[in-house]
Design a protein around this ligand. Sequence first.
Ligand code: NG6
Ligand code: CA
Length: 513
Amino acid sequence: MNNLTKLLPLLPGAALLSGCGNAEKQAPRADRPNVIYLISDDLGIGDLSCYGATKVNTPNIDRLAREGRQFVNAYATSSTSTPSRFGLLTGMYPWRQANTGIAPGNSELIIDPDCYTMADLFHDEGYATAAIGKWHLGLGPKGGTDFNREIHPNTQDIGFDYEFIIPATVDRVPCVFVENGNVVGLDPNDPITVSYDHKVGDWPTGAENPELVKLKPSQGHNNTIINGIPRIGWMTGGKSALWVDEDIADVITERARNFITEHRDEPFFLYMGTQDVHVPRIPHPRFAGKSGLGTRGDVIIQLDWTVGEIMRTLDSLNIADNTIFVFCSDNGPVIDDGYADQARELLNGHTPMKDYRGGKYSAYEAGTRIPFIVRWPAKFRGEEVKTPFSMIDVFSSLASMLGHELPEGVAPDSRNKEAVLLGQERNTTDYVVQQNLNNTLSIISGDWKYIEPSDKPSFEHWTGMELGNAPKDQLYNITEDPSEQNDVAAANPEKVAELSALLEKVKAARQTR
Ligand code: NG6
Ligand code: CA
């Protein structure tokens, strides 16, 4: 932890240069399980047949769940992508650092290169490390990314040996892959220009040429049209580097399989982010129309295929047994997320949120409750895990599994829950903290969930979601009332006082682990 950081109080939203410390390098050690952390995008706990979905079939993820620990009370740290992933990789609550909200496609790298990340941990333990697929944590220096030269800092500056990434999300420009700091397939004579505040170049936009789009926006998403899809942000140039949306799942799955195959004889850590099932939902033709639920269902099937390909790769190399395979989502599900893809009309009774209230963006349960599966055949058999678990605790739990003691300041909010994650014994989780779109925090402890008062706007016009912001305390008994229908704050002042005090303690702490 740098000195300046030490002097600053850790307040929610406080602008810190870096809140997570650095650590001495450790000599590589042999004989370690491989770790694959596969994080899908906007997938709901109700989107998988192993979690009870009946309208969509996900046989590969179901197999992973059958063979692994299937968590039924797991939470992402945040209800949107950037902060959720920031929390996972740094072990620090994202609301402790400014600039961790949903990142534009030309954002600087929002993880300070001095910060000791989960990738650094594996790197220092002698693992080959890679980040493949959706990134959404920015790239390059303050002031934004120049896509026409080797971009630094990139993920290789925070512990990944290899990167092949979608810089932000698939609905944001630039629509190109970046491999080890360089845009893949870029013609230097056709440089890329990107802007998030004004039109650049003369490529058509959704606003000016709506007749040119193959997928209409329902909200926003009306800037530069790439492959017939209007995006967020404007770009021009880099024509030879543009991805083909239908092929993204194939491309990143192939890269992941290659990485695994190349490193079959040494321990590896693969952080893989799928673009599925985020908007725009564009299935490959072999999945299009296969779910009967429209493209949102089709990309769930595509995602299941991806997971199956990774599992088959491990099987064929005979390394599945000693590979920890984590599968999860970054935040809760959303049905209409800004494109008129008929997701709602074609639901056909499918319930991405199950019975939970809210969804992506929300402080209510469906905002952060996620599917979460951990398989490690060499160590444990399949079982359902009811103990609550937060993704923020993955970092310290895996460090503990490696016998790696984290120095003070590193992963400051990630607590060692190895016993819950990897099933050596049952223990209980004392509390879990989550954040909604505008940093309203909630805390779950035992049967109870407390949502702090918030005067923040609801943004319902573009999220289409209840964010859970209310000017007064909210309290729910999520064991008796998992759908959060009855706010029982008024009847339980002592519980409210207890949980709000606990939340304030977490907020004020420099380190909670
Ligand atoms: C919102 C976008 C939404 C999605 C989200 C980020 C609009 C109307 N909505 O601003 O489509 O991109 O940002 O999603 O533009 S996340 O899963 O990456 O956090
Ligand atoms: Ca997401």
